[in-house]
Write a protein of this length. Sequence first.
Length: 250
Amino acid sequence: MTSLSVITINLNNRVGLSQTQASIMAQSRGEGIEWIVVDGGSSDGSVEALNLGRPPDTLIVGEDDGLYDAMNIGLRASGGEWVMFLNSGDRFTQSGVVDEIVEVASSLSGDWLYGRVLRASTVLGFDPFDIEALALGRRVVPHQATVMKRDFLLFLGGFSRDFAIAADQDLLLRAGLSALPLVVPSIWVEMEPGGRGSGRPVSAHLADMRRARVAAGYSVRGPVRDRLSDLEFDVRARLGAGLRRVGIKR
């Protein structure tokens, strides 16, 4: 039977961790989930609060070198055939999500798939998958609804610690260059409001994806044309934001 490891990273987010825990407990296949919690040494009672519900199968507490280092720690500790990351504050949208993930994954010959994520009133997760749009930073794949084979994640080397906020998109770019994903139109996860990447300037995300392309040795139209495309996209985004601030619709 297909097995799934769900990895949760937490640091001083007791309320969010409790919400994630409740979401996992509500799954109809809850007992079939390997739940791993990596806590960076919380001082707000997060770890103690885990005793109020289903405890994780594996709890790792201690200092790490940031979010993505903690995610790599959780990956190495996992034992499932498939792995996904549902960090503290994020939660499954309904009780049958894991059932659907396992059903789809069990019939999949590829290495990864992703669904959709609800962030406030916005649905993230584009279909069909477009490696060029991802590489250029025009679209993002939500890591919260991404499920990968554990062996594939290890083959990719996990999350790079050279990227601060965009290490997930760097990993997903490398995944997309290695194998095409299956895209599932279901909304699997509701994100905690105010995530780390929300509100970032477009230019910062474009710069991160430019670095990711260089690291992967990938170019869409050539380095110079890609850079010009970045500049044009950034200007359009800034103009759109400015017009919205003054109440003008484009």
